[in-house]
Design a protein around this ligand. Structure first.
Ligand SMILES: Nc1ncnc2c1ncn2[C@@H]1O[C@H](COP(=O)(O)OP(=O)(O)O)[C@@H](O)[C@H]1O
Ligand SMILES: C=C(OP(=O)(O)O)C(=O)O
Ligand SMILES: [Mn+2]
Length: 523
C-alpha cells in the first residue's frame, strides 16, 4: 500500500491512505463513513459535537530553545513542554493505527515568493474536504515533487485526558515551531485547522518581510486593492464578497513589497441568519463541494434552516474561493489603496465610519477594539467588548509591536487611506448596524465618494466622521443622533469606552508619545 511517507511521522499500519482525493470522492467517502448528510443544494453537512467554535484555552506552543525568545508568551501564547507535546504525539499516532487516513498536500501563500507547503493529515474525510477547499490546491506536477514545510495532524476523535496529557480539556491544539508540527486533538471545529495554518504563517512571514494580516481583501475595477481587518464576526467575509469587486480572499493575507496575497484558496463564512437577499454570493456558494458545519437540515427535504442556531450561533460553511463569482485567481493584488478596520462596538458609540490619520491608524490597530461575538470562541454567548491587538490576537505568536511596525511602514509606503468601520451597534436601538448601510459606506470609501463629504471630529474618539454618504440617511452617520433623547446615556457610554481604551493602552509601554496621544482622552 502506498503510504506517502506517513511512516516518517510515526503513523504506521493504517487501514488505508488517501492522498488529495477529489472533492467528489471525499464527499462519497464522508457519506459512506457516516460523517454527514447532503443538503438539498449538494453541500456536505456535518455536526461537530461539543466543539463548535475555536477553543483558545486549549491552545499551546512548545517552549523549545529555538523559539523561546521569539514568542510573545502570555495568555494567548501559552507554553507547554517538549515532553508534553511528544507524549501527546505518540498517543495520537497510535490512535491513528488501523484507521483510514486522508492526506491533503497543499499550500498557503498565493504569491510564489512566499508559498509554504502544508501537509494536513486527517482522521475524517469531511475535514479533509474542508482543508482541500480552504488551502491552495496543488497541480499534479507539484504533487510529484511535494515536500511539506509544516505538517498538521487533526484527529478529532482522539480525546485528551487533561490530568494525564497536561491539557486544559479533551481538546488540544499544540504547535511545535521547531519540529514544524501541529497537533489538533479532540475538536472537530474545522476552523482550528485553518487558523493553525494562519498562526504558523504569522510566525514565518515577518521573517521574509511580509506583513501577515487577519483581513479580507478584494480588487476594484481600476485594479485598486482594499483590505478589511477585523476579529471574527465583524464582517471580513460578508463585506469582501462584493459583486463589483474581485475577491482575493476572506480571512488571511500577506502584504509584501509589491503585492497583497491570499494565504488560502477558500473561504469560511458564517451561516447564521443567512439569506439570499442579504448575502447572495455566500448563499449560492453553499453547494456541492462545500462543507457545512452545524447548520440544521430538514430530515426529509434536506433544506437548510439558517435561522436555527440551536447547535451554535457559529454555523459555518467552507468553500473554494472560486465559488464566489469574479474571484481573483491566483489570489494576488497590488498593494492596498484602502485599509479598513472593522469593529463591532457593543457600546453603540463608535461612528459607523470614520477616517483615521497615520497615528490614529497605529493606535486603533494596536488597540484592536471590537466585541467577541457569540459562538466563535467557546464560552462566548453574547457580545463581549474586547481589545484584540492587530484585530487578531489569538493568532499572533510574535510581539504585537512586530505587526504594528509593519502596518505603519506599509501604510506609509502605499499612502493608503485608513477607515474605521463600526459593523456592530450604533445608538440605543439594540439592533446591529444595517448591513445595507454598512455596504454603502464601504463602497463610498472604496470609490472615493466619501472624500467629498463634510467631516466633523468625533468628540470622544478624535476620528474624522463624514456627515453624509450616498445611500445612507444623514442621521445614521453621527453616533449622538442615534441615541435620540438619551444624550446622557450616549455620553456615559462614550466616556466609559474612551476610558477603557486608555486603560488598555497602558500595557504598551514602548509606544511613541504621538501614537499614545492619537487615542481617546480619558476624562
Ligand atoms: N452591518 C453589518 N456589517 C457586516 N456584517 C453584518 C452586519 N450586520 C450583521 N452582519 C452579520 O455579521 C456576520 C459577519 O460575519 P463575517 O463576515 O463572517 O465576519 P468575519 O469574516 O470577520 O469573521 C455575518 O453573519 C453578517 O450577516
Ligand atoms: C474561523 C474563524 O475566523 P473568522 O470568524 O475570522 O472568519 C474563527 O475565528 O474561528
Ligand atoms: Mn470570516
Amino acid at each position: 500500500m502506498e503510504t506517502y511517507g506517513l511512516e516518517s511521522l510515526g503513523i504506521v499500519n493504517p487501514s488505508a491512505v488517501y492522498r488529495n482525493l477529489t472533492p467528489a470522492k471525499l464527499v462519497e467517502k464522508a457519506l459512506c463513513r457516516g460523517e454527514g448528510k447532503l443538503s438539498a443544494t449538494g453541500a456536505l453537512c456535518v455536526t461537530t459535537g461539543k466543539y463548535t467554535g475555536r477553543s483558545p484555552d486549549d491552545k499551546f506552543i512548545v517552549d523549545s530553545k529555538g523559539v523561546h525568545n521569539d514568542i510573545a508568551w502570555g495568555k494567548v501564547n501559552v507554553p507547554t513542554t517538549q515532553e508534553v507535546f511528544d507524549a501527546l504525539y505518540e498517543k495520537m499516532v497510535a490512535y491513528l493505527q488501523n484507521r483510514e487516513i486522508f492526506i491533503f498536500d497543499g499550500y498557503a501563500g498565493a504569491d510564489p515568493k512566499y508559498t509554504k507547503a502544508f501537509r494536513i493529515v486527517n482522521e475524517l474525510a469531511s475535514q479533509n474536504l474542508f482543508i482541500h477547499q480552504l488551502l491552495l490546491r496543488p497541480t499534479e506536477e507539484q504533487l510529484k515533487s511535494y515536500v511539506p514545510d509544516f505538517t498538521i495532524i487533526a484527529a478529532p476523535g482522539f480525546k485528551c485526558v487533561p490530568e494525564r496529557d497536561h491539557t486544559h480539556s479533551e481538546a488540544a491544539i499544540m504547535i511545535d515551531y521547531e519540529k514544524k508540527l501541529v497537533l489538533i486533538a479532540g475538536s472537530q471545529y474545522s476552523g482550528e485547522i485553518k487558523k493553525s495554518v494562519f498562526s504558523v504563517m504569522n510566525y514565518l512571514m515577518p521573517k521574509q518581510g511580509v506583513f501577515p494580516m487577519h483581513c479580507s481583501a478584494n480588487i476594484g475595477e481600476a485594479g485598486d486593492s482594499a483590505i478589511f481587518f477585523g476579529l471574527s464576526g465583524t464582517g471580513k467575509t460578508t463585506l469582501s464578497a462584493d459583486p463589483n469587486r474581485k475577491l482575493i480572499g476572506d480571512d488571511e493575507h500577506g502584504w509584501a513589497d509589491d503585492s497583497v496575497f491570499n494565504f488560502e484558496g477558500g473561504c469560511y463564512a458564517k451561516c447564521i441568519d443567512l439569506t439570499e437577499e442579504r448575502e447572495p454570493e455566500i448563499y449560492r456558494a453553499i453547494k456541492f463541494g462545500s462543507l457545512v458545519e452545524n447548520v440544521i437540515i430538514d430530515e426529509e427535504t434536506r433544506q437548510a434552516d439558517y435561522a436555527d442556531g440551536s447547535l451554535t450561533e457559529n454555523t459555518r460553511v467552507g468553500y473554494p474561493v472560486d465559488y464566489i463569482p469574479n474571484a481573483a485567481i491566483p489570489g494576488i493584488g497590488g498593494t492596498p489603496k484602502t485599509v479598513i478596520f472593522l469593529t463591532a462596538d457593543a457600546y453603540g458609540v463608535m461612528p459607523p465610519i470614520s477616517k483615521l490619520n497615520a497615528k490614529q491608524a497605529q493606535y486603533y490597530f494596536v488597540s484592536g477594539f471590537t466585541s467577541k461575538l457569540a459562538g466563535t470562541e467557546r464560552g462566548i454567548t453574547s457580545p463581549v467588548p474586547t481589545f484584540s491587538t492587530c484585530f487578531g490576537a489569538p493568532f499572533m505568536p510574535l510581539d504585537p509591536s512586530v505587526y504594528a511596525e509593519m502596518l505603519e511602514k506599509k501604510v506609509q509606503q502605499s499612502g493608503a487611506n485608513v477607515y474605521l468601520v463600526n459593523t456592530g451597534w450604533c445608538g440605543n436601538s439594540g439592533k446591529r448596524m444595517n448591513l445595507k448601510y454598512t455596504r454603502a459606506m464601504v463602497t463610498a470609501a472604496l470609490n472615493g465618494e466619501l472624500e467629498k463629504a463634510q467631516f466633523v471630529t468625533d468628540p470622544y474618539f478624535g476620528v474624522q466622521v463624514p456627515t453624509s454618504c450616498p445611500g445612507v440617511p444623514d442621521e445614521q452617520m453621527i453616533p449622538a443622533k442615534q441615541w435620540g433623547d438619551d444624550q446622557a446615556g450616549y455620553e456615559k457610554k462614550a466616556k466609559e469606552l474612551a476610558h477603557s481604551f486608555v486603560e488598555n493602552f497602558k500595557k504598551y509601554t514602548h509606544m511613541p508619545a504621538d501614537v499614545v496621544a492619537a487615542g481617546p482622552k480619558a476624562e
